[in-house]
Design a protein around this ligand. Structure first.
Ligand SMILES: Nc1ncnc2c1ncn2[C@@H]1O[C@H](COP(=O)(O)OP(=O)(O)OP(=O)(O)O)[C@@H](O)[C@H]1O
Length: 274
């Protein structure tokens, strides 16, 4: 087990402030990714501000998952720099990298939970990986996370196969929050949920942002989520961030894909509700 006793000290390099005066928690510059001759991302720039819920959208195959994997250092890139909490992964020491990993939570779309582990054990996976805590304390911490995401305490001893889709997402979110991260990445968190469960999940995200001061990066196709909880939306198109701004900016955009996505038939009914 890695010695992470001075992780917070390791990350004392302050993140930069943007021209808007807010702390830039993630700064990606000139990100280029290609698979052979297929250029997926080309000199892409992206900032994420502390405390915001950023909705990330783009056509299927535009490269949303590739960007997420690149940010998380799970796949390689041809160029560009990524700073998270002021630390550049490429130049960070091994200790700083571990400290950084601990500040990030991830909820993958498909990689939800380990089926052979109970909900409680699933939530404890990151704790076992990064911390050296007595079992009783880990149990208490995991139960707190279960409560935090709105699951009943009895859920702790259930296996993933015994949970509904909405409960699985909540349990996976509890695992992503296990180490009290600053920034969480959610990959299509409401996909596969019925509209009511999806709306409840969105509400939970919003509440967690308000109470914990979380910063949220949410890849989504869900127009309801974009309209209801995202402070800002970034649209991936033509290998870069094609458009970014508030939902109002999206509705006013004349970029063809943005226009058909946000002002199409499905979106129009939501605009009326808003
Ligand atoms: N490991 C890989 N090798 C080759 N090509 C890849 C690889 N991973 C992704 N791609 C290609 O990169 C492009 C972007 O894929 P990506 O999965 O990021 O799209 P996406 O925006 O997440 O789409 P969706 O909304 O459908 O999930 C696609 O053309 C895909 O085929």
């Amino acid at each position: 087990m890695a010695d992470v006793s001075h992780n917070h000290h390791e990350l004392s390099g302050a993140a930069g402030k943007g021209t808007n005066g807010r702390e830039c928690i993630l700064e990606a510059r000139d990100i280029s990714v290609a698979f052979g001759s297929h250029q997926v991302l080309d000199k892409l720039d992206l900032d994420i501000w502390r405390g915001e819920i950023l909705g990330f959208v783009g056509a299927s195959g535009a490269g949303k998952s590739v960007l997420l994997r690149t940010i998380l250092q799970l796949s390689s890139r041809q160029g560009g720099t990524i700073k998270i909490l002021g630390v550049d992964y490429d130049t960070a020491t091994p200790q700083q990298r571990i400290a950084l990993d601990m500040r990030l939570g991830v909820l993958f779309q498909h990689g939800a939970l380990f089926s052979a582990l109970t909900v409680l054990e699933n939530i404890q996976v990151p704790m076992r990986e990064y911390l050296d805590l007595p079992k009783t304390l880990m149990d208490e911490l995991a139960l707190l996370k279960i409560e935090l995401v709105g699951l009943r305490p009895e859920t702790a001893d259930l296996y993933p196969s015994e949970l509904s889709g909405g409960m699985i997402k909540r349990a996976a979110l509890a695992r992503a929050l296990a180490l009290d991260p600053d920034l969480v990445f959610l990959d299509e968190p409401t996909s596969g949920l019925d509209p009511i469960s999806a709306a409840e999940f969105d509400e939970l995200i919003s509440k967690l942002r308000d109470t914990l001061g979380l910063t949220v990066y949410m890849v989504t196709h869900d127009l309801d989520s974009l309209f209801s909880v995202c402070d800002r939306i970034a649209v991936l198109g033509n290998r870069k961030i094609a458009v970014e701004g508030t939902i109002e900016d999206m509705l006013a955009s004349n970029e063809p894909w943005v226009k058909s996505y946000f002002r199409g038939k499905r979106a129009r009914s939501l605009v009326r509700e808003k």
